[in-house]
Design a binder for this molecule. Structure first.
Ligand SMILES: [Zn+2]
Length: 515
């Protein structure tokens, strides 16, 4: 069974443009209430592309779904004449509820339901923006092949156990949620010495478990010390359609669990790595059985909309620039800060790590290494350190397969508020007496000498975690493939990201960011 997205875009766009005009004219009161402007469209479920995409007929994402198709939708490249016009272009796209796929090298690549309507809007409001078509029909050029492959796919579930010891086979395919969860459970069971799995650190709107894993060597390299280890937090799959993010998280986890490489064993001797591998399981399942291009979670809104953009829902400058109040938008911020169970789960895991010194979120696509912050142009305190580590990661990645990743500050890409990386960076911790943290140990020793007692709890150096988002492959080639990245890219992507991650973790434990 299939449904075809009908294009009621022109009607929708005319109303959306009213909001856009208001915003361009600086009428923020109108910008603050886009839902009201769109209300008449939402009642017209037969013609609204948003209603078709989110519609109540889709129901819960258990079992088989109607597949959402994108006939007539195109991937457009928008290029402002001046980079100074990028923020205004982003605001216009946000107000038009346009789905942004990639931002790189001064171009913004978007999915347009109606290329003519988008061009007309640009011509009217930002005539200096050049619009070109990269992919004329997303359905036939990007998705048809994908769904054909899905229809003939044989589930790997029966052979997950065999593939646990055959990484070449496992990483030659993308895997569905059941396979991934089983694989992580088997990985943890087979490597109990290094891996601890917690099955349920949170439960989604549709009742699925969110899992977390902890990797460490319980026997420290330095047997003379019982100092607690620093912690590194890694998160994958916050955005459902970014499948290479799920796969690369598996790649890192697999090597942490199994490798005898000195860089990995020494890291696990000195630190703990905690991974939430599939933060948005409901959304991920829906990309397998309904809409391959779904980004958000699957919150069912009373108005018939589905999903919150989890990376706009963290309680940091929530609801400010770069997120939408419109529940049908792909960047919908949610009903309140931290409202979503997935965000609450990831925050709870992060907050359970008293010695965390670094965090990483794996996304796709554009090949970018993004550092805080996304909500203001003002440089944060640790801009120099963050920039240096980001640039070093880009060099390491390029050395593996020659791929260019650009290291930049989030705000220089586009404004983001309520994002995970900014929230992590804000979470400071008093750290003292930690393994491998010479500066802090000296402070502790001096306190002992001077006061004849250790630093009281809560005292010590205030440490803030390094925090990055990596947007993985592809770059932004003319021909796509965008989110529908070929499965043969999984292993090369893992091969270039793993050494960058190991460098990052090592740097963070040796050079903590102090306030
Ligand atoms: Zn993403």
């Amino acid at each position: 069974m299939t449904t075809t997205k009908r294009v009621g875009w022109l009607a929708a766009a005319s109303l959306a443009l009213l909001a856009a005009v208001a915003v361009l004219l600086g009428n923020h009161a109108v910008q603050a209430a886009p839902a009201a402007l769109h209300a008449p469209i939402l009642h017209d479920a037969a013609t609204s592309q948003w209603a078709m995409r989110h519609g109540a007929h889709q129901g819960k994402t258990h079992g088989k779904h109607l597949r959402v198709h994108y006939h007539g939708h195109s991937l457009m490249r928008l290029s402002p004449a001046r980079s100074a016009d990028l923020p205004a272009l982003h605001q216009l796209l946000l107000d038009l509820n346009i789905d942004v796929w990639s931002v790189r090298d001064g171009h913004v690549d978007v999915r347009a339901a109606d290329a003519h309507a988008l061009k007309a809007a640009l011509h009217r409001y930002m005539p200096s923006v050049r619009a070109r078509t990269l992919v004329a029909d997303i359905e036939t050029q990007l998705l048809a092949h994908h769904w054909r492959a899905m229809d003939t796919r044989v589930s790997a579930k029966s052979s997950v156990a065999a593939q646990l010891h055959d990484p070449k086979t496992w990483f030659s395919e993308y895997h569905d949620l059941d396979e991934i969860y089983e694989w992580y459970q088997l990985l943890a069971a087979a490597h109990k010495d290094r891996v601890t799995l917690t099955r349920n650190v949170g439960t989604t709107h549709e009742g699925r478990e969110i899992m977390a894993l902890r990797f460490t060597n319980p026997v420290s390299a330095n047997a003379n010390t019982t100092l607690p280890k620093k912690q590194i937090y890694v998160q994958g799959g916050i955005h459902a359609r970014e499948w290479i993010g799920h796969a690369t998280t598996q790649y890192i986890a697999y090597h942490l669990a199994t490798s005898d490489d000195k860089k990995i064993t020494s890291l696990l001797d000195e630190a703990e790595v905690v991974i939430v591998p599939v933060l948005n399981p409901d959304g991920y399942v829906y990309t397998w059985n309904g809409d391959r291009l779904w980004r958000k979670n699957r919150r069912a809104d009373a108005r018939g909309a589905f999903g919150v953009d989890l990376n706009r829902n963290y309680p940091t400058h929530w609801g400010e620039a770069g997120s939408s109040k419109f529940p049908y938008s792909d960047t919908y911020m949610g009903p309140s800060a931290g409202s979503e169970p997935e965000v609450q789960a990831s925050m709870a895991v992060f907050n359970s790590l008293p010695r965390v010194v670094a965090a990483l979120d794996l996304h796709a696509y554009s090949q970018l290494i993004l550092r805080p912050v996304g909500w203001t142009r003002k440089d944060p305190t640790h801009e120099a350190q963050h920039a240096a580590v980001g640039a070093a990661m880009a060099r390491i990645i390029k050395n593996v397969h020659g791929k260019d990743y650009i290291s930049e500050k989030e705000i220089d890409l586009y404004p983001v508020s309520g994002g995970a990386t900014d929230w992590w960076y804000e979470q400071s911790r008093p750290l003292k007496n930690l393994l491998g943290n010479k500066g802090v140990q000296v402070e502790e020793e001096e306190a002992m000498k001077k006061h004849k007692k250790p630093l009281p709890p809560g005292h010590g150096t205030i440490v803030r975690p390094y925090s990055y988002t990596i947007e993985l492959r592809p770059s932004s080639e003319w021909w796509g493939p965008g989110f529908v990245l070929d499965k043969r890219e999984i292993i090369p992507t893992g091969e270039e990201i793993l050494p960058a991650f190991l460098y990052y973790a090592r740097t963070a434990i040796e050079n903590v960011l102090t306030e």
